[in-house]
Ligand binder design. Structure first.
Ligand SMILES: Cc1cc2nc3c(=O)[nH]c(=O)nc-3n(C[C@H](O)[C@H](O)[C@H](O)COP(=O)(O)OP(=O)(O)OC[C@H]3O[C@@H](n4cnc5c(N)ncnc54)[C@H](O)[C@@H]3O)c2cc1C
Length: 432
C-alpha cells in the first residue's frame, strides 16, 4: 500500500474567523500542507436536554451564514476548506483514510460537550498531536493567573485585580500571510442547509433587534457602523439598558459567541476609537462588559461541570416546583406578568432578548415560578442566536443564586417595567 500523504488539520469550531486567528498563524509556520475543516455535528443537532434542542433555528441559520463567509475568506487567503455533516469523530476517521494527520490545530475548550467531542476525535486518531489556542479569550490565562491565584466569586474583585496591569495581546496577523497551503484535497464538502439540519426556512421578524447575518464580514460591518459611522459607542453606557431596536447595545454577542469576531479585535477597535474621538465612560463600559464575558469563561474553567449542576458553583439548593405547565406558560409568554410575557414572545420569535429582559425572565423563572434554573438555561440554549456556554450558564447561575452573586436577589418585574418600559412601547411591540 502506498504511504499516505502527511497533512495537518485546521479544525474550526467556535473560532470561525480569519482575522486574529492564532491557529491559522501557527499552522502556516509548519512545513506540511494543511486542510481546514468544519463539522456540523449530527449528534449535536439530534440530542436534547430537558426536552430542548441544543441548537435552534436562529443560531443554526446564523452558523450556516458564518461558515459560508469563512469558506469565502479562507479561499481568498489560499486555504483549502471542507465543511461536513456527520459525527465529528467519524469525519476525522474518513479524512484519516486518505491522509496521515500529523497535528490538529484548534481552539482550547474546557466545557463538557466541547471536551467530549475532542476526546472522541483523540480516540480515533491516536498518533495525532494537538495544538490548541485560547482564541475565545480577551486575556490569556498566563496573564490572568499572574494577577490572581484563583478566580474570585465576585466579578468586582476579578475586574479590579485584572485592570491594575491590563494587558491585551496584539492581534494575530493571519490574513496577511502569503503562505499558501499548496494542497488539493480529494475530500469534498457536503451540501448543507437548514433542512438537512432539521429546520424549515424562515424569515427574520421585522421587529427583531438582531436583523444581522453571520460571518466576520458582517461582524466588522456592524462594528464599524456602531463605533465609527453612527458613533453609538460614544453613548453606550446610557443606552445599554434599552430594549427596542438594534442600537441600544452593540449586538456583538452572536459573532463573539461563534468566534467570527475576536474579543481582542473588539478591544483594539475600542482603543482606535478612543484615540480618534476620545475616551469616556461609555467606551470604558464596553470593555467592562467584555470583562464580564471573560469572567464567566474563567469561572467555567475553574468550576468545570459544576456550572451545569442545580447547586451551581456555590453548592446551594433551593426548593423548587417541578411543573411542566408552568414552564410552558413561561415559554409561551402566558405568565401573570405582561413585561415577562413580552420578553418571552421576543425571544421565541427572534432568538434575541436584551440583557435587561434576560435578567428579568430568568429571575422570574427561578424565583417567582420556582422552577429548576437549568430548564430555563436549556431553553435559552436552544433559542438564543448568541448562545455561549460560559455566559449562558454563568448568568443563569448568577440570577438563580447559585453562582457569582451569593445575595440571592429577585427582580420585581412591575418595578422593572416601570423603570425600563414606562411608556409601554416595548410591551406593545411584543404582546400583539
Ligand atoms: C440569563 C442570561 C443569559 C445570558 N446568556 C447569554 C449567552 O448565552 N450568550 C451571551 O453572549 N450573553 C448572554 N448573556 C449576557 C448578555 O445578556 C448578552 O451578552 C447581551 O445582551 C448581548 O447583547 P450585546 O452584544 O448587544 O451586548 P452589549 O451590551 O453590547 O455588550 C457587549 C458584549 O459584552 C458581553 N456581555 C455583556 N453583558 C454580559 C453579561 N451579563 N455576561 C457576559 N457577557 C456579557 C457580550 O459578549 C456582549 O456582546 C446572558 C444574560 C443573562 C441574564
Amino acid at each position: 500500500m502506498p504511504e499516505k500523504q502527511k497533512i495537518n488539520i485546521l479544525w474550526f469550531t467556535n473560532n470561525l474567523r480569519i482575522r486574529d486567528n492564532e491557529s491559522i498563524v501557527k499552522i502556516q509556520q509548519e512545513n506540511l500542507p494543511f486542510l481546514a475543516v468544519y463539522v456540523f455535528d449530527s449528534d449535536f443537532y439530534n440530542e436534547k436536554q430537558f426536552g430542548f434542542r441544543k441548537i435552534g433555528k436562529f443560531r443554526t441559520q446564523f452558523l450556516l451564514e458564518t461558515v459560508l463567509d469563512l469558506e469565502k475568506n479562507l479561499e481568498q487567503i489560499g486555504i483549502p476548506f471542507v465543511k461536513k455533516f456527520g459525527k465529528t469523530a467519524e469525519i476525522f476517521q474518513e479524512i484519516a483514510q486518505h491522509f496521515e494527520i500529523e497535528t490538529i490545530f484548534c481552539q482550547q475548550e474546557w466545557t463538557r460537550d466541547e471536551i467530549l467531542v475532542q476526546r472522541k476525535v483523540e480516540k480515533v486518531l491516536i498518533t495525532t498531536t494537538w495544538s490548541k489556542s485560547y482564541s475565545q479569550l480577551l486575556l490569556q490565562p498566563d496573564f490572568v493567573y499572574s494577577q490572581i491565584e484563583t478566580i474570585p466569586i465576585h466579578f468586582t474583585v476579578f475586574r479590579q485585580k485584572i485592570e491594575k496591569n491590563f494587558t491585551v495581546r496584539e492581534e494575530f496577523n493571519s490574513e496577511k500571510s502569503e503562505k499558501k497551503s499548496n494542497f488539493e484535497s480529494e475530500i469534498k464538502s457536503d451540501d448543507i442547509d437548514l433542512k438537512l439540519l432539521g429546520f424549515e426556512n424562515f424569515e427574520t421578524h421585522p421587529s427583531s433587534p438582531f436583523p444581522f447575518s453571520g460571518g466576520e464580514i458582517e461582524a466588522f460591518k456592524r462594528l464599524n457602523a456602531y463605533f465609527f459611522e453612527h458613533q453609538n459607542l460614544n453613548s453606550y453606557k446610557e443606552t445599554r439598558n434599552g430594549m427596542i431596536g438594534s442600537d441600544y447595545s452593540s449586538k456583538f454577542s452572536a459573532w463573539l459567541a461563534n468566534g467570527s469576531l475576536s474579543p481582542v479585535s473588539v478591544y483594539h477597535e475600542i482603543k482606535k476609537y478612543e484615540a480618534e474621538f476620545g475616551s469616556n465612560d461609555s467606551t470604558y463600559w464596553l470593555i467592562f462588559e467584555l470583562l464580564w464575558r471573560e469572567f464567566f469563561k474563567y469561572v467555567a474553567m475553574q468550576y468545570q461541570d459544576k456550572i451545569f449542576q442545580i447547586t451551581g458553583i456555590l453548592d446551594k439548593i433551593y426548593p423548587y416546583d417541578d411543573d411542566e405547565n408552568t414552564v410552558q406558560q413561561w415559554i409561551q409568554g402566558k405568565t401573570e406578568s405582561d413585561f415577562i410575557n413580552a420578553n418571552m414572545n421576543e425571544i421565541r420569535q427572534t432568538g434575541f432578548m436584551s440583557n435587561r429582559g434576560r435578567q428579568n425572565v430568568a429571575s422570574y423563572f427561578c424565583k417567582i415560578l420556582n422552577q429548576d434554573w437549568r430548564i430555563g438555561a436549556a431553553y435559552f440554549e436552544e433559542m438564543l442566536i448568541d448562545y455561549d456556554v460560559h455566559s449562558n450558564y454563568g448568568n443563569w447561575m448568577y440570577v438563580a443564586g447559585v453562582g457569582n452573586d451569593p445575595r440571592n436577589r429577585t427582580f420585581n418585574p412591575e418595578k422593572q417595567a416601570e423603570a425600563y418600559d414606562n411608556d409601554f412601547q416595548y410591551r406593545d411591540l411584543w404582546l400583539h
